[in-house]
Design a protein around this ligand. Structure first.
Ligand code: 13P
Ligand code: SF4
Length: 352
């Protein structure tokens, strides 16, 4: 019989020796360099039959170029889906490594490049396959559902891959079939999904170093100063922060909420890179960052992902010039990871 203690997933802490990128934010461009790089990138994208797929948390310049050249700026689900329907033979993914890997898993015939291969994610780092796979093997009765923020090998061990925009719906679907779930890696998102869906979920214990820094007490204070404001929260945030939310959702869902809610003022608990698109979607609204400083917070990750910030014009131009930083996924791992990831894509398509 399984003892309760056997059900405790390992609490993974980041290897403290793992270096976070030192400087965050865009480089100091020389006079004229920024404009010249933008022009060069536009030309190279065309010349190399490439399209730029960027996440909302990346530098505004990259988001602007993606929009202006027929690429996309999107959440992880749409980033994963976009490459499949686009005819370009090369996808340039500006984001963190799991996003490039997911694009390659779903589009093995395409070349996938990234401005940097060093952009990690604390959720991915917090779920190493050598610990995760034996944990799954110890719980064969559970359906393994992993968040897209994982490496290809972890996806290959999963039954389903989900993103934040679809996690609740997929879990409800599995719960309705009587399935018990093993969830990884985000403990906060997992706990949110468990509360909303009522499913039996065993949670891996990793977390996002950006979202776990949002502070409930300070947010409550701010919200009480602006009683007219709506609070928008990404579900990678702690339960105490989610409890204060008017809307909980993926980055795209938060942008849509900013546009559609009647409130003039919005307090936003996610990476502040989202403000570029949120301002475009809701130009007349006042957008405020939810508080993240305070005890236990470090400014390396206060409302801005240090790994997303590693993407900029210089390394984007460089990768287009020399074709380096290509993503490779071993065939067998790719095939198994594709099965679990394609399930999510098909689920979304069937839902319409
Ligand atoms: P979204 O899928 O909501 O864009 O989230 C990705 C992510 O890494 C959030 O931290
Ligand atoms: Fe990962 Fe958090 Fe950065 Fe998103 S914001 S990529 S979850 S570390």
């Amino acid at each position: 019989m399984t003892e309760p203690s056997d059900l405790q997933p390992p609490h993974i802490t980041l290897d403290p020796s793992y270096p976070l990128p030192g400087s965050i934010g865009r480089p100091d461009y020389a006079p004229g360099e920024r404009d010249a790089l933008i022009e060069e990138i536009r030309e190279l994208l065309h010349e190399k039959d490439a399209v730029l797929v960027a996440h909302y948390y990346t530098d505004e310049d990259l988001q602007m170029i993606a929009d202006a050249t027929g690429g996309t700026v999107a959440d992880s689900l749409e980033m994963a889906r976009f490459g499949h329907s686009h005819p370009a033979s090369t996808l340039v993914v500006a984001g963190v490594r799991f996003m490039g890997e997911t694009a390659k898993i779903l589009n093995p015939e395409k070349r996938v490049l990234m401005p940097t291969l060093e952009a990690e994610c604390s959720l991915d780092l917090g779920c190493p396959p050598e610990k995760f796979i034996p944990f799954c093997d110890a719980h064969p009765e559970r359906t393994v559902v992993v968040y897209a923020n994982t490496c290809a090998e972890v996806k290959a061990r999963a039954d389903w891959v989900v993103t934040s925009s679809i996690a609740v719906d997929v879990t409800r679907h599995l719960h309705a079939q009587g399935k018990k779930i093993l969830w990884a890696p985000d403990r906060y998102l997992g706990d949110y999904v468990r509360r909303v869906s009522g499913a039996d979920m065993l949670l891996w214990q990793a977390s996002c170093i950006v979202h776990e820094r949002f502070k409930a007490a300070a947010l409550k204070n701010l919200a009480s100063q602006y009683p007219d404001a709506a609070v928008l929260v990404h579900p990678e945030s702690p339960e105490s922060v989610i409890a204060l939310a008017d809307v909980v959702g993926s980055t795209t869902q938060l942008i849509n909420a900013a546009k559609n809610l009647p409130n003039q003022r919005l307090i936003v608990a996610t990476d502040n890179g989202i403000f570029y698109k949120m301002k475009q979607a809701a130009p007349d609204k006042i957008l405020m960052e939810a508080p993240s400083a305070g005890e236990g917070a470090t400014c390396e990750s206060c409302a801005h992902c240090p790994w997303m910030a590693m993407n900029h014009l210089r390394n984007l131009a460089e990768v287009l010039r020399n074709g380096k930083n290509e993503i490779h996924v071993p065939e067998d791992i790719g095939r198994r990871a594709r099965k679990a990831t394609q399930r999510m894509v098909d689920f979304v398509a069937a839902r319409g």
